[in-house]
Design a protein around this ligand. Structure first.
Ligand code: M6R
Length: 601
C-alpha cells in the first residue's frame, strides 16, 4: 500500500528521502513523489514520477535543491487513476502547504462540495482536501499566532476515514504528522529525525523508533519531537528495533521471497526460543478458554484454518475461523470466546476492524503478529509475537510457518495431556527447524525440476485433507499470487463434487499425501484424479514407496507425525511456488496488483 517518509535534520534531505522510499518499494506502488524545502530560496519543490523511484532519483541527480526538510510518497491508487497529477505531495491553492498521505478520506467529496467549494483542486485524489482544509483553517483560525500543528489539529476531526500524514509548510523548519487507523513511526536520530509508514524505511539511519498511537499529532524538528493526543502532550516510548538493515535486505539471494523461505528454519527456532525454556512452555498470557475464534485474511487466514485442526487435535478446544472481512459485517454470535487475530503486519485494515468488533462485544482479544508495536498489538488485550523477522516479499512465507508454530504452542498450552505425552509433542515441535531445513537442503533441486514442468501449465489444482487441506489452499494461493498460474486448492474428497469437470491432461494436480489416518482415502482420491487424465505430483514422505505406483512425479518431505506434517509440506510448497514463478520470469517480490500490507478495507 502507499508509503510515506519524511526527514528533518542537518543533512541534504533529498537523497535520504529517495533512499527511504526505495526501502519501502516492496509495499507496492504505481507512482511516487518527493518534496524538499529549499533553504536557499525558501521555496518548496516537488517532483513526481509515474516510473520507479530509481527513475525519479535519476531525474533529480542534477538538481540543485539544497534543503534539510523533505517528504516523500509511494502511491497505490484508490481515488483517481495512477497519474503524475494524482501522485503526492498535494498542495493548498497557494502552494504553501504540502501533504503526503497514506489511507483514505471517505468524506472528501462532501468536503470538496461543502467547506472547500471555493478551492481549486488539481488532482482527483481524496488527499488533496487535507492541505486545502489546513490552509483554510490557518486563515480562519481564531487562535492568535495559530501554528501549523494547531491548524492540523483543528481540521483532523473533519476528516472521516484513515490517515497517516506528513505536512510540510513553506518556511517551516519541521514537519507535522498525524495518524488514525494507518501506521506511522518516527525514527529518532542525532540532531535529525525520520518519519515513515514502515520501519525498514529508516533502518539504515537509526534503530530507535517511536510508534505513534491512534490520534497522535506530532511536531518533528531536527532536535525535538513533540507529541500530543487529545490536545495534551504525551510521551511515547522509544523502542530499539532488533533487526539490522542486513536483516531487511536480500543477503545475496536473488529475491526476498527465496531468502525468506530459506529463513523458515531460523524463524521457527526464534519463535520457539521465545516461548519454550527449560521451565517449560509459557506463552505469557492467561489461557482459560472454552472456545476460540480466529480472524485473519489471506495467508494468515489459511494459517488460522490449519490452527483449528492443530488446536482441536492437541487441546480438544473448539476453534472457529472467520475471514476478517466477512466477520466484520456478519451476525456472528460471539459468546464468550477468546478472539485471536492473526496478522503478519499487524496493520491489515480488515483484521484490525475484526479485533475492534470483538472488543466491542466484550471478548478477550489476542493479536498474533510479527511486528512489534503494530496497530494490532495496541488494540488487542494481549499479543503473541511470531518471530519471523522482517518479511519483505509480498508473498507471505516465513511468517506463515511461524503462525503455524504458534498454533502448536497454543494447542500444547491449552492441552490437558499427561506430562509424558506433552514432552513428546514438545520434542516433535523442536524437530521442526531440522525438518524444514531437510526440505531446503535435500529436495530443492528436485522441486526446481518439478517447478519447470509446472511452469508450462495455465491451471493447477492443489489437494489435501485434514490438517493439510489449509496447506493445499496456501500452496494454491502462493502459486497464483507470484506465478500468475490459475491455481485452486481443494479438499481431496471434494473434486468429485464438481471440479472433476475441469480435469484434463493439462491440469496438473499437486496432492499432499501424508501418511495419516486418511492416507488410504486420499490415495483413492488420487487414483480418481489419474483416471480423469490429470497428471499428479505428490508431496509424499521419504520412504513411502507405495505412492510412486499411482502418481507421475514426487516431491519428498521428511517423515513426522501427521499433525506436524504441515511444516515440511509448507516449505516444499513455498519452494515450488517460488521456482515456478522464477521459471516463468515473473517479478516475484512485487507481484502485479498486490501490496504487502493491505491497510484499506
Ligand atoms: O499482514 P497480514 O498477515 O494481515 O496480511 C494478510 C494478507 O494480506 C496476506 O497474507 C496476503 O494474503 C499475502 N500476500 C499472501 O502471501
Amino acid at each position: 500500500m502507499c508509503g510515506i517518509v519524511g526527514y528533518v535534520g542537518e543533512r541534504e534531505a533529498l537523497q535520504i528521502i529517495l533512499n527511504s522510499l526505495q526501502r519501502i518499494e516492496y509495499r507496492g506502488y504505481d507512482s511516487c513523489g518527493v518534496l524538499v524545502q529549499d533553504s536557499n530560496e525558501m521555496e518548496i519543490h516537488a517532483h513526481k514520477s509515474m516510473k520507479s523511484i530509481a527513475q525519479l532519483k535519476k531525474n533529480l541527480s542534477k538538481s540543485k535543491y539544497s534543503g534539510t526538510v523533505g517528504i516523500g510518497h509511494t502511491r497505490w491508487a484508490t481515488h483517481g487513476v495512477p497519474s503524475r497529477r494524482n501522485a503526492h505531495p498535494h498542495f493548498d491553492s497557494d502552494g504553501e502547504i504540502a501533504v503526503v498521505h497514506n489511507g483514505i478520506i471517505e468524506n472528501f467529496q462532501e468536503l470538496k462540495e461543502g467547506p472547500l467549494c471555493n478551492c481549486i483542486f488539481k488532482s482527483d485524489t481524496d488527499t488533496e482536501v487535507i492541505p486545502h482544509l489546513i490552509h483554510q483553517t490557518l486563515k480562519k483560525s481564531l487562535i492568535k499566532n495559530a501554528t501549523l500543528k494547531d491548524a492540523v489539529r483543528e481540521c483532523l476531526p473533519h476528516l472521516k476515514g484513515s490517515y497517516a500524514l506528513i505536512v510540510a509548510a513553506k518556511g517551516f523548519d519541521g514537519l507535522v504528522v498525524a495518524r488514525k487507523d494507518s501506521p506511522l513511526i518516527i525514527g529518532v536520530g542525532d540532531r535529525e529525525n525520520f518519519i515513515a509508514s514502515d520501519v525498514p524505511a529508516v533502518l539504515d539511519q537509526t534503530n530507535r523508533v517511536i510508534y505513534l498511537e491512534e490520534g497522535d499529532i506530532a511536531v518533528v524538528k531536527k532536535d525535538s519531537i513533540y507529541i500530543e493526543n487529545d490536545a495534551a502532550e504525551v510521551k511515547r516510548e522509544e523502542i530499539l528495533i532488533p533487526w539490522t538493515i542486513e536483516d531487511a535486505e536480500k543477503g545475496g539471494y536473488e529475491h526476498f521471497m527465496l531468502k525468506e523461505i530459506h529463513e523458515e528454519p531460523k524463524a521457527i527456532i526464534d519463535t520457539l526460543r521465545g516461548y519454550l525454556s527449560e521451565d517449560g512452555l509459557n506463552l505469557g498470557l492467561e489461557l482459560e478458554v472454552s472456545s476460540i475464534l480466529m480472524v485473519a485474511c489471506g495467508t494468515s487466514y489459511y494459517s488460522a484454518l490449519c490452527g483449528k485442526y492443530i488446536i482441536e487435535h492437541l487441546a480438544k478446544v473448539p476453534v472457529q475461523v472467520e475471514l476478517a472481512s466477512e466477520f466484520n459485517y456478519s451476525d456472528f454470535v460471539l459468546n464468550n470466546m477468546m478472539v485471536m487475530a492473526i496478522t503478519q503486519s499487524g496493520e491489515t485494515a480488515d483484521t484490525l476492524m475484526a479485533l475492534k468488533k470483538a472488543k466491542r462485544f466484550g471478548c478477550k482479544t489476542v493479536a498474533i503478529t510479527n511486528v512489534v508495536g503494530s496497530s494490532a498489538t495496541r488494540i488487542a488485550d494481549d499479543t503473541i509475537y511470531v518471530r519471523a523477522g522482517p518479511e519483505i516479499g509480498v508473498a507471505a512465507t516465513k511468517s506463515f510457518i511461524v503462525q503455524l508454530i504458534t498454533s502448536y504452542l497454543l494447542g500444547l498450552s491449552l492441552a490437558n495431556m499427561p506430562g509424558r505425552e506433552l514432552e513428546e509433542r514438545i520434542a516433535d515441535l523442536k524437530r521442526m527447524p531440522q525438518l524444514a531445513q531437510l526440505v531446503i537442503d535435500g529436495e530443492d533441486a528436485n522441486i526446481q525440476k518439478q517447478a519447470r514442468y509446472l511452469s508450462e501449465y495455465d491451471n493447477v489444482f492443489f489437494v489435501g485433507r485434514g490438517v493439510n487441506l489449509p496447506i493445499a489452499l496456501e500452496g494454491a494461493l502462493k502459486l497464483k499470487e507470484i506465478s500468475y498460474i490459475h491455481a485452486e486448492g481443494y479438499a481431496a474428497g471434494e473434486l468429485k463434487h464438481g471440479p472433476f469437470a475441469l480435469l484434463t491432461k493439462d491440469t496438473p494436480v499437486i496432492a499432499i499425501l501424508t501418511r495419516d489416518n486418511i492416507y488410504e482415502k486420499t490415495l483413492v482420491n488420487v487414483k480418481e484424479i489419474k483416471a480423469r487424465g490429470a497428471p499428479v505430483i505428490a508431496i509424499a514422505e521419504t520412504g513411502d514407496d507405495e505412492v510412486e505406483k499411482y502418481v507421475d512425479r514426487v516431491i519428498r518431505v521428511p517423515r513426522t507425525s501427521a499433525i506436524f506434517s504441515p511444516i515440511p509440506n509448507t516449505v516444499a510448497l513455498h519452494l515450488l511456488a517460488y521456482w515456478t514463478a522464477k521459471a516463468r520470469g515473473c517479478e516475484i517480490d512485487k507481484p502485479r496488483n498486490l501490496a504487502k500490507s493491505v491497510t484499506v478495507e
